[in-house]
Design a protein around this ligand. Structure first.
Ligand SMILES: [Zn+2]
Length: 281
């Protein structure tokens, strides 16, 4: 799939449209849909799992066809402008339907293993692992238990090195859990995601508890250029939220033991631009 690319900006639009289409397929919904039928769920997916920019559901609906993973049935006349830019108004009014190519649709419907494997590939190529269940739930897809066969090709040395660098505790809340001498509940988070070609190096990692790992991956928390934690204005919750997340706003990220292991600015900056939900200036 030819994902729209400008530098290392995230472009999860096509993968999310495909996952939405796969969820429909698994539920037995019709293969073809009008843009208006899919605009709202796709917008919600982009809002929840896309970069912190205005969602553009018309783009994948239009451009996915060029990857031969999407077909239009009916006239496409007038749906895009002279430079092949889709016109959202025309798409909304159009009676033209689109969906997965018939052959692919039938192959996927006939073979749940193939469906699961395509789904996993889409998820792993574009999102960190912590997104997986939430995206599956949002598009209504379920994977078969064959999941367990799959082995992630991740460097286990990364996890060890990051946990060691941060003295086996969460760099946000300092949580440390030791079970029979083994650290549990503290994870090595990639600041620039693995799925965005972030490297397995300590300067791209930070040790976090499960909650703060999720908070970083989902952009509730950001790390500013002084390595101070920021909680996005977009996020709020109850008193427990304030105690577990909100109160860290303005606190420094706990530095690693050795200064050379500090999160590198390239990765921190990528996260700030592409993932963090933002704060008012
Ligand atoms: Zn924590």
């Amino acid at each position: 799939m030819n994902v729209w690319q400008r530098g290392d900006e995230r472009a999860p639009h096509k993968p999310l449209l495909l996952l939405l289409a796969l969820g429909r397929l698994q539920r037995g919904d019709p293969r073809l849909v009008r843009f208006v039928e899919i605009e709202e769920p796709l917008t919600e997916l982009l809002r929840a799992f896309g970069p912190p920019r205005k969602p553009t559901p018309h783009n994948p609906f239009w451009y996915l066809e060029s990857d031969e993973l999407w077909v239009f049935e009916g006239s496409t006349y007038g749906l895009a402008g002279p430079t092949n830019t889709p016109r959202i108004g025309a798409l909304r009014e159009s009676e033209t339907h689109a969906g997965l190519p018939l052959e692919d649709f039938e192959a996927l419907r006939a073979d749940p293993e193939l469906l699961a494997s395509v789904t996993r590939t889409l998820l792993e190529s574009h999102f960190p692992e912590s997104y997986r269940d939430d995206i599956l739930a949002a598009v209504g897809l379920s994977l078969e238990p064959i999941d367990t066969i799959h082995v992630r090709r991740r460097d286990p040395a990364f996890r060890h090195a990051v946990l060691r660098a941060y003295e086996h505790r969460c760099a946000v809340c300092e949580l440390q859990i030791i079970v029979r001498g083994v650290v549990e509940g503290v994870e090595a988070a990639h600041v620039k995601w693995h799925a965005a070609r972030g490297p397995d190096e300590v300067a791209n990692g930070v040790a976090l508890c499960a909650l703060h790992h999720k908070a970083l991956d989902r952009g509730w928390l950001g790390i500013d250029e002084r390595h101070v934690l920021r909680v996005s204005d977009e996020v709020s919750g109850n008193q427990t939220f304030d105690e577990l997340v909100g109160r860290f706003h303005g606190r420094p990220l706990r530095p690693p033991r050795q200064p050379e292991h500090r999160v590198h600015d390239d990765y921190r900056d990528w996260h700030w631009r592409e993932v963090f939900r933002g704060v008012a200036a």
